[in-house]
Design a protein around this ligand. Structure first.
Ligand code: SF4
Length: 344
């Protein structure tokens, strides 16, 4: 189907519905694609795009960063690069590294195991959703197989279902949701069936502009037809049952736990922790889970759809990708960062 035809069909459907639709996405890659393709402008007056809490760096509490910073004098912290610049309450991991903290960037937690030096005391900063959790499970398996001692995983891994339930129950009303394609490759269409109870049009989407247009068309059709079953517009990758091998790794090494999400607070079952039987490889970084109050950063409100990034007083002035004041500007997939780079 021609792109112009899809756009015109989406707009026709919305005119039949008779109001501006509120559509949320909860994946940073979708956020970037939506802004990069200029969809907020293209569908101005038709669709109000909202970014939810699906960027793992954006929802991570500064207390977690603070604890890693403290530990970096004694332990080597292996972290993904986008966590480096996230502000802690005193300093970021990047600043800690500049001050002599032992911090290494990893690209894959599995490959990183190979670079652990003999006798090195290592903490893996395990951050991410179900997309990333299987890689940490595999990493843990390698650590066990190699008989490595003094290697711990500080799990801030998240699940997608519980925060979405809390978002829909307590925070936001939307007409449609673009479901995260990456997470769906692991948990499958079945993993998102819970969305149906909220009577929101939902669709699992790929990441190209064309994918997102097809997903918007699906959402508008479903609203017209009052059809709230989860649709899959990413069939080339996402199966009904997901990735059984990846799920088996997660189930072997992790179990549900409470987890903090910026803007949503502490959510029972929203996280993944290492099972007790592998407890010797786990380090729990305890911190106060309340929202940070002494900050002008409105990231919590951005992540729950209360404001747009440009409504934050710091946006584009004190807070830019070069000098971020909050996690939503740090990550390339954060909504403030995406809006700064591609917004009007
Ligand atoms: S613009 Fe910066 S300070 Fe404002 S909400 Fe976004 S990340 Fe926070």
């Amino acid at each position: 189907m021609q792109t112009a035809n899809i756009i015109s069909m989406i707009k026709d459907n919305i005119e039949k519905i008779g109001r501006t639709l509120r559509v949320i996405e909860v994946c940073g890659t979708h956020t970037v694609s939506i802004y990069k393709n200029g969809f907020p402008d293209l569908f101005e007056g038709y669709i109000d795009f909202i970014s939810g809490p699906g960027c793992p760096v954006c929802v991570t509490h500064e207390g977690y960063i603070d604890r890693l910073v403290e530990l970096s004098s004694e332990w080597t912290i292996y972290t993904f690069g986008d966590l480096l610049k996230v502000p802690g309450s005193v300093k970021s991991l990047s600043q800690a590294r500049a001050n002599g903290g032992k911090i290494k960037i990893m690209y894959s937690p599995v490959d990183a195991v190979e670079s652990i030096e003999t006798g090195e005391k290592v903490i893996f900063a395990a951050v991410g959703f179900e997309t990333t959790a299987p890689a940490f499970a595999l990493s843990l398996e390698k650590v066990i197989e190699k008989g490595l001692k003094n290697v711990k995983f500080a799990s801030e891994l998240k699940t997608i279902d519980e925060p979405l339930k809390k978002l829909f129950q307590n925070h936001i009303q939307v007409d449609g949701i673009i479901l995260p394609g990456h997470v769906a490759t692991v948990i499958g269409v079945d993993g998102f069936k819970f969305v149906e109870e909220f009577k929101v049009a939902s669709v699992i989407s790929g990441f190209e502009g064309y994918d997102i247009l097809l997903s918007l068309l699906s959402i508008t059709r479903d609203i017209l037809n009052e059809d709230f079953t989860v649709k899959n517009e990413y069939k080339r990758v996402v199966k009904k049952e997901g990735n059984l091998l990846a799920k088996s790794y997660m189930e072997k090494y992790f179990e549900r736990s409470s987890a903090f999400f910026r803007g949503l607070g502490l959510i029972p079952g929203g996280g993944l922790k290492i099972k007790d039987e592998f407890g010797e490889y786990s380090i729990s970084l305890s911190y106060d889970h309340t929202e940070q109050k002494d900050t002008l950063c409105r990231c919590a409100d951005v992540l729950t759809g209360k404001i747009k990034p440009f409504e934050c007083p710091l946006f584009g002035r004190a807070c830019t990708p070069i000098s971020p004041k909050g996690a939503c500007m740090v990550s390339q997939e954060g909504s403030c960062n995406a809006y700064f780079r591609y917004g009007k």
